[in-house]
Design a binder for this molecule. Structure first.
Ligand code: SF4
Length: 386
């Protein structure tokens, strides 16, 4: 006998960066950014990071089509005016207009003129300093990866489904190309971190619109987990080769700010990339004082700080996958509690750090901004060390 047709089950669809990392940054901000619908309903607003991503991807396709020599010009359209005429296709201003229009169509715009200017400055450095090193290595750009995982809620808690879907987008390099390429900063860094690169393996790449975090910063760990999770997602794709390393590119390091923070981290031994003792970079950093101009660090130092290599193994993937399962369980628990009680504030964790709260649109009515809170930040349970 035919069984009665069941109602189709909703499978929550999560973006690794847009949902999971956003929730980890601050659960309450993530909830507010999702508007009136329960998450995940629409992508959160991360204009700066998405702008950098969009410019790099469009610049790569422009480079692939006609190989214009570097450096490329950058003449951005002035804030709130029409595009300047007669710019080349590889002008970073032209590329930026395209990316800004795409983001604007999704309701995303820069929060201020300063943010937009800073985005163009960093995008120009990213294209002209990282592009020549990275673009020739890319085997496949903007690979969309997707995977499903089962959702096991704690006793007594309910989720909307027994599975969740996770997706992400990454660029992929081949270990063969990385092994064979000499005089390339990214290849050198990958070979140093993973000395015996197996032939036929893959290396994944992601851009971060942020500075290189300190070693004890939660964002340092989260960056690692993100790449491990991308590697797991990649392994779900038919015919994909194993991923043995990930490259994170911290674009803000190319035009650095926050020099006092860097001074502190170097002095306290909390960063893995410091200027060579006695070098001009070292001198500039040691003698810099608040209010002075940003030091003109060498390209080698800035690139070294921008490039981070994360070795990827099966145990490290397993640990990260478990950590992100916990994040989804936490989000689903918040969704269920909000649905049951009909209120938001009490059921989503408010846990942004100082910088997140400073830039948060909801800080004026948030019951617990960083300034009014103890230092306790929300984090899912850490995975055991691989
Ligand atoms: S002000 Fe801070 S704690 Fe409050 S919602 Fe915004 S990011 Fe979260």
């Amino acid at each position: 006998m035919l069984q009665q047709r069941r109602e189709p089950e909703l499978v929550p669809n999560y973006s690794l960066t847009g949902d999971l990392l956003s929730f980890m940054r601050c659960g309450l901000q993530y909830r507010y950014q999702n508007g009136s619908a329960l998450p995940p309903s629409r992508p959160v607003q991360m204009w700066f990071g998405e702008f950098i991503h969009g410019v790099m991807e469009t610049a790569y396709r422009t480079w692939l089509a006609s190989h214009p020599p570097f450096p490329w010009p950058c003449t951005p359209t002035p804030y709130n005016t029409s595009p300047a005429p007669n710019r080349a296709a590889n002008d970073i201003g032209t590329i930026g207009d395209l990316v800004e229009a795409t983001l604007a169509a999704a309701g995303k715009s820069p929060r201020s003129r300063n943010l937009r200017e800073s985005a163009y400055e960093r995008a120009e450095r990213a294209v002209n300093e990282i592009g020549p090193e990275l673009f020739p290595l890319i085997r496949s750009a903007e690979e969309r990866v997707i995977g499903t995982r089962s959702l096991t809620m704690p006793q007594g808690a309910r989720a909307r489904a027994q599975m969740y879907e996770l997706h992400g987008i990454m660029d992929v390099l081949s270990s063969v190309t990385v092994t064979a390429t000499t005089n390339n900063m990214i290849c050198n860094a990958v070979r140093a971190a993973v000395p015996n690169l197996p032939a036929g393996a893959e290396i994944i790449v992601d851009y971060k619109g942020s500075r290189r975090p300190a070693l004890d910063d939660e964002y340092w760990t989260q960056g690692d987990w993100q790449l491990q999770m991308y590697a797991w997602l990649r392994s779900r794709q038919p015919g994909a080769a194993p991923v043995v390393a990930g490259v994170l590119l911290y674009i803000n390091e190319l035009a650095p700010s926050g020099i006092s923070q860097l001074q502190r981290e170097v002095n306290q031994g909390r960063t893995d990339v410091r200027p060579l003792s006695g070098s001009p970079d070292d001198y500039q950093l040691r003698t810099w004082r608040p209010g002075a101009a940003v030091p003109s660090f060498s390209a080698a130092f800035r690139l070294q700080r921008a490039i981070r290599i994360v070795p990827i193994t099966q145990p490290s993937i397993d640990a990260a996958v478990g950590a992100f399962d916990n994040v989804v369980v936490n989000i689903e628990s918040c969704v269920a509690r909000e649905a049951q009680h009909g209120t938001i504030v009490a059921h989503w964790p408010a846990g942004g750090d100082d910088a997140t709260c400073d830039a948060c649109d909801f800080r004026h009515f948030c019951p617990s901004p960083a300034s009014a809170r103890s230092t306790q930040n929300y984090l899912p349970p850490a995975p055991s060390a691989p």
